[in-house]
Design a protein around this ligand. Structure first.
Ligand SMILES: C[S@@+](CC[C@H](N)C(=O)[O-])C[C@H]1O[C@@H](n2cnc3c(N)ncnc32)[C@H](O)[C@@H]1O
Ligand code: SF4
Ligand code: SF4
Length: 330
């Protein structure tokens, strides 16, 4: 099971308490129970509980630790040409998600969701379909007042702002496309203004969390980061830094070679390929293509069932990408 992240704050308990109708509360709790069964390898679900939808491969940033900002990384190549999933295709994927029972959709992977002009239409559409858990992960740079208002009326359930810093100095790893450091104060003000607007509108949703990748450069700021944000947001998410540049494929005996992601999720990349997880290492594990297969076909394919069993049995080291991923990130 993945232990690369830790979260302060129980977002799911909060979500249930914020949902209005008894039916929604029950549905959400049921979905989280199914999620627990899947993530603890106790049940192979008939459909993915969660879908990551990378609506395009575009970002306004080129962070030094992300494949988008790392020309040396083997994952960088796929961000050199623009890829977008057309609007009609996004809608039809959401229709299928609803049909097969998907409970949770995240409109981001390695991209900046607020840089896509259709993002609010997608969130609203998913919300109208009744998908109960809709989320995005954002760098927050494009979170002006207009976008903040749109988010607050869209039906978005969760938003994560990735900060990784508590000062201008450490924020410099988050670079703009022209490789100049992004403006730390601008990001922080965007988020504080958004929180103020949310409070004024008495909105419970989206649940807000901020995240912090722990690095040599910023580890001394972790306590200050936590003190500053803990009474302002619903949760704080600490992430382990993954080194996408240097190879480290040495088998580590103490590792448990299993990962729970393929038990509950599938990820659709901007080029249409489908992966069994959301990490860049999963990019080499192509389990289908949205232009050739339905999500249901991909989830229930022989390959996917075999892949899930491989993880349940702790044999993930037999897959080259999983071996590298687990050694690097878990
Ligand atoms: C790839 S970003 C996409 C969403 C958005 N652009 C953002 O930065 O929040 C998704 C998450 O991956 C994290 N991330 C990027 N590079 C990482 C790395 N090398 N190790 C760990 N997390 C990383 C980011 O901090 C962010 O929380
Ligand atoms: S903002 Fe997100 S997607 Fe963009 S380069 Fe940074 S980590 Fe990657
Ligand atoms: S590459 Fe394999 S081990 Fe890594 S997250 Fe994906 S499924 Fe899990």
């Amino acid at each position: 099971m993945t232990n690369k992240t830790s979260v302060l704050g129980d977002v799911h308990k909060k979500t249930v308490s914020f949902l209005k109708s008894k039916k929604d509360k029950e549905n959400y709790s049921k979905y989280r129970n199914e999620f627990d069964l899947a993530s603890n390898f106790k049940k192979i679900q008939k459909f993915p509980l969660h879908i990551d939808l990378e609506i395009d491969n575009l970002c306004n940033f080129a962070c030094s630790f992300c494949p988008i900002g790392q020309p040396e990384s083997k994952f960088h190549e796929q961000y050199k040409t623009i890829k977008t999933i057309e609007k009609d295709k996004v809608y039809s994927l959401l229709d299928e998600c609803k049909l097969i029972g998907v409970k949770s959709v995240q409109f981001s992977l390695v991209n900046e969701p607020l840089a896509n002009k259709n993002i609010f239409d997608y969130i609203e559409y998913a919300n109208k379909l009744g998908i109960i858990d809709i989320s995005i992960v954002s760098n927050g740079y494009l979170l002006n007042e207009k976008n903040s208002n749109k988010i607050l009326s869209s039906g978005l359930k969760k938003i994560q702002f990735s900060l990784d810093a508590f000062s201008e100095k450490t924020y410099k790893e988050r670079k703009l496309k022209n490789l100049k450091p992004a403006n730390y104060k601008k990001t922080i003000n965007n988020i504080l203004n958004f929180l103020e607007l949310k409070k004024n509108k008495k909105s419970n949703f989206p649940i807000v969390r901020v995240s912090f990748i722990e690095m040599e450069e910023n580890k001394h700021e972790k306590n200050d980061f936590e003190s500053f944000w803990s009474n302002k947001v619903d949760a704080i998410h600490y992430q382990k830094l993954i080194d996408f540049i240097n190879d480290d494929n040495q088998e580590k005996k103490e590792k448990e070679y299993k990962c729970n992601m393929p038990m509950f999720r599938m990820a659709v990349k901007a080029d249409g390929t489908v992966k069994p997880c959301c990490t860049s290492y999963g990019d080499d594990i192509i389990i289908g293509n949205i232009y050739k297969n339905t999500l249901n076909e991909i989830w229930n394919s022989k390959f996917m069932k075999k892949f899930q069993k491989m993880h349940i049995n702790g044999k993930a080291d037999t897959n080259k990408s999983c071996l590298e991923c687990i050694n690097k990130t878990f």
